[in-house]
Design a protein around this ligand. Structure first.
Ligand code: EPZ
Length: 420
């Protein structure tokens, strides 16, 4: 298994370009199941989860061409309406195919995705929504079987603004003639980007005055071309890497508005940021990093996906900072690894208390999830000496060309596999 070897203690310097968003690209790729016409998607990051999604589309009967971050999806005969567990277990987000397959075939059989390192990750909100749309949900041998004689438009109030449930129900509702209204929905930029793509495919989705999504379903959608939105979690991670190493870095090709809470938090911590419509410059800063309390929340709140990299920055603050993780129940696995690098962190239920230290020390650590892995990489960039980060496959799920991008910013990081 690949590892990163990082010789830390160098300030990052220069500029880094943001890739297309993983979490926007994945549902948009899945949405191509709603039509047999060709779809062309640009700025699709070359990541493990994207490649898994392409395998899923191929399994279901689509033909894929993927070159230079552009994916062309065409239909290759009749689509299947089920997925094998082998594919679902590689990426739990594969449950997204339920909405489009149910909409197109009135029956879909998808293995129930299990929990993962960060939490139990149930799909009850998806299933409640499908039931409102006229489907019956049956559990059999670990699979969810969705069946409907006829799908009907409905008003659905989500118990919680789940990102993937919002996307799944939206995709399904697009092919149900009549008006479906989704309330208490997720407002993440990745949901907006899916809406833009679906509307390009001929869907009619608009945002109501109370933020509800109003879908006027169609009998068919057509092919479309789209460039995926910039990855706000990647851009935010590089801002945090710049700040933690006391570097001077411009993150370009991003949408600063999507990182506005992070930008405010960094300013509160003492950093000066220069913001243009598509870039953020984190200026070099040698003063004390002020402790800042953050609480993760659905967008536009502080992103749970930036909580772990943020924690690394706070390990170096002058005081005691707090992080409340209010989205996932088990998203502090990076904390004990950061402690092994000299950080002072105490976690209790959903709260982490971080007392800043002067420096982190290099250590042999292990990533247990994607964003927690990035937190360890940033810690390794700060710590003098050689840090070894194991289980890089988690990080490969979400950061395109990570070591190349960091090397271009002056970092000393390389990938190695002890088994090769
Ligand atoms: C998306 O996950 C992202 N993943 C996550 O990013 C991100 O952390 C999360 O949204 C929150 O922003 C993808 O887009 C692939 P949720 P998602 O449904 O949609 C509970 C990363 O690192 N819930 O909004 O699965 C759930 O357990 C990943 O890139 C239910 O209870 O998140 C969680 O506590 C990790 N029942 C909360 O809602 C349901 O039916 C938020 O989950 C669905 C969710």
């Amino acid at each position: 298994m690949d590892r990163f070897i990082i010789r830390g203690g160098k300030k990052l310097n220069g500029s880094v370009h943001t890739s297309g968003s993983k979490n926007a690209a994945l549902p948009i790729l899945v949405a191509t199941l709603l039509t047999d016409e060709p779809c062309v998607l640009h700025r699709v990051p070359n990541l493990r989860d994207v490649r898994t999604t392409l395998k899923i589309l191929e399994y279901l009967g689509k033909k894929i061409e993927y070159r230079d971050n552009t994916v062309t999806v065409t239909a290759d005969g009749v689509l299947k309406n089920n997925l094998p567990y082998e594919l679902v277990k590689q990426m739990r987000a594969s449950f997204w195919v339920a909405g489009p397959l149910l909409a197109r075939f009135k029956v879909a059989e998808i293995p129930l995705p299990g929990g993962c390192a960060i939490g139990v990750r149930p799909v009850d909100i998806h299933l409640k929504g499908f039931e409102k749309l006229g489907a019956e949900c049956e559990m059999k041998a670990g699979n969810v079987i969705l069946r409907a004689k006829e799908l009907v438009p409905a008003k659905i109030v989500l118990r919680f603004p789940s990102v993937r449930a919002t996307q799944n129900l939206l995709m399904c509702a697009c092919l149900i003639p009549g008006e479906t209204v989704l309330e208490n929905v997720a407002k993440e930029p990745e949901v907006d980007d899916l809406i833009v793509f679906l509307n390009k495919m001929g869907a009619d989705i608009r945002v109501g005055d109370k933020g509800q999504l109003i879908v006027r379903g169609k009998t068919a959608l057509h092919g479309a071309e789209h460039a995926v939105v910039a990855d706000r979690i990647e851009s935010g991670s590089y801002m945090l890497a710049a700040a933690a190493t006391r570097g001077d870095v411009t993150v370009d090709g991003c949408v600063p508005e999507h990182n506005s809470i992070l930008i405010e938090a960094l300013q509160e911590a003492g950093f000066t940021l220069g913001v243009t419509p598509d870039s953020v410059h984190v200026h070099a800063y040698d003063g004390d990093i002020k402790p800042v309390r953050v609480r993760t929340a659905p967008y536009p709140g502080f992103a749970t996906d930036l909580q772990a990299p943020w924690m690394t920055l706070m390990t170096l603050c002058g005081g005691t900072a707090e992080v409340d993780e209010d989205i996932f129940e088990n998203r502090f696995m990076h904390a004990p690894e950061l402690v092994r690098m000299g950080a002072e962190i105490v976690t209790e239920k959903s709260v982490a208390r971080i007392t800043g230290v002067k420096t982190l020390c290099a250590a042999h650590v292990q990533a247990s999830d994607l964003r927690g892995g990035m937190a360890l990489v940033i810690a390794g960039l700060c710590a003098a000496g050689e840090t070894e980060v194991e289980r890089v496959y988690h990080i490969d799920r979400g950061y395109e060309n990570l070591e190349q991008k960091l090397t271009a910013l002056g970092a000393d990081i390389r990938r190695y596999n002890p088994d090769k």
